[in-house]
Ligand binder design. Structure first.
Ligand SMILES: [Zn+2]
Length: 258
C-alpha cells in the first residue's frame, strides 16, 4: 500500500453519500489517486457548511483529506467542473446516475482508477449535450470501457474458442467471454444467439475510430445489447448488475411513488 501524508489533495467525483448522525455525511468517492473510497465529511449537514455543493453528485471536485486512525476525513471540497444539466430532469438524473451505480457495483475498493474517471466525465458531457434517445451508444460504450478497465473485455472479432472469424450465425457466451462461432457452439452449454446487426454495433463501438454521436440504434437493438453486456458483467463480477432498462424502471418507480 502506497504511503500518503496525513493531509492530501485528490480530484474525484461523489458516487453516493448517506447522512450520518445529526451533522455528518458518509461519502463514497471515486478519485484519481485512490480509486473508490469511503470518507467522512464532518459537519456537511450543517447550514452554510464549507463543502458547498462539492459533495453532491455530477461534479468533478478537488478534495482535501486528512488521514487519521479511522477512515479518511474530507476537510474541504471545491467544484472544478459541474455537470448540473444532469439534474435538470428525472430522466437526465437517472442517466447520469447509472454510471455511478455501475461504479458502485463493479469497482473494487481502493483499486486505482487507471483512466476510468475520465470516461465517466466524458459520458456525462455526452449525455448533457445529447437529445433523448441519442444517449444509447454512450451507455454501451461506457459498459465496454468498464469491462476493459475491469480486465474482462469480451472478445468480439473472432471466436473465443477457435479464434477464427465467425461467419454467419454466431453466439455469445458470458462464461467463455464473448463470441462463439457456429462450429464451436456445440461445445458451449450456456450461450445466446448473437445477431449479426448487434455484433456489428458492438464491433464498431470497440474499434479505435468509433464515434458514438454518429451511431444510430433502435430502442430494441439498444435494449438487447445493453442486456447482454449487463448480464455479462453480472456473470463475470458474480453479482447482479441491472440493465439500463431495469435500473430506470426501478428508480423511476421510486421517484414517482414519492
Ligand atoms: Zn469457433
Amino acid at each position: 500500500m502506497e504511503k500518503f501524508s496525513r493531509y492530501w489533495k485528490d480530484e474525484g467525483i461523489v458516487i453516493r453519500s448517506t447522512n450520518l448522525g445529526e451533522q455528518d455525511r458518509l461519502v463514497t468517492l471515486f478519485t484519481r489517486e485512490r480509486g473508490k473510497i469511503k470518507a467522512l465529511a464532518k459537519g456537511a449537514r450543517k447550514v452554510g457548511n464549507r463543502f458547498g455543493a462539492s459533495l453532491d453528485v455530477f461534479n468533478l471536485s478537488e478534495f482535501m483529506f486528512y488521514s487519521g486512525a479511522g477512515m479518511p476525513i474530507i476537510t474541504q471540497g471545491e467544484i472544478k467542473v459541474s455537470y448540473r444539466a444532469l439534474a435538470s430532469s428525472v430522466e437526465r438524473w437517472l442517466e447520469g446516475s447509472y454510471v455511478l451505480y455501475l461504479l458502485d457495483r463493479c469497482w473494487q475498493w481502493g483499486k486505482p482508477e487507471q483512466g476510468l474517471l475520465d470516461r465517466v466525465v466524458r459520458f456525462w458531457e455526452a449525455i448533457c449535450s445529447s437529445e433523448r434517445g441519442d444517449a444509447y451508444p454512450f451507455f454501451l460504450q461506457f459498459k465496454l470501457d468498464l469491462a476493459f478497465y475491469l480486465g474482462i473485455t469480451p472478445q468480439l472479432e473472432s471466436c473465443v474458442l477457435c479464434h477464427r472469424s465467425a461467419e454467419g450465425e454466431s453466439y455469445w457466451s458470458h462464461g467463455e467471454g464473448g463470441l462463439v462461432c457456429s462450429s464451436c457452439a456445440g461445445e458451449v452449454q450456456e450461450k445466446i444467439v448473437f445477431p449479426q446487426d448487434l455484433r456489428a454495433i458492438l464491433g464498431y463501438l470497440s474499434s479505435p475510430g468509433r464515434n458514438c454521436s454518429s451511431l444510430r440504434l433502435t430502442l430494441a437493438q439498444f435494449e438487447e445489447l445493453d442486456k447482454i453486456l449487463s448480464d455479462y458483467l453480472s456473470y463475470q463480477e458474480g453479482r447482479k448488475i441491472r440493465s439500463w432498462h431495469d435500473f430506470r424502471s426501478f428508480y423511476r418507480g421510486a421517484v414517482f411513488s414519492g
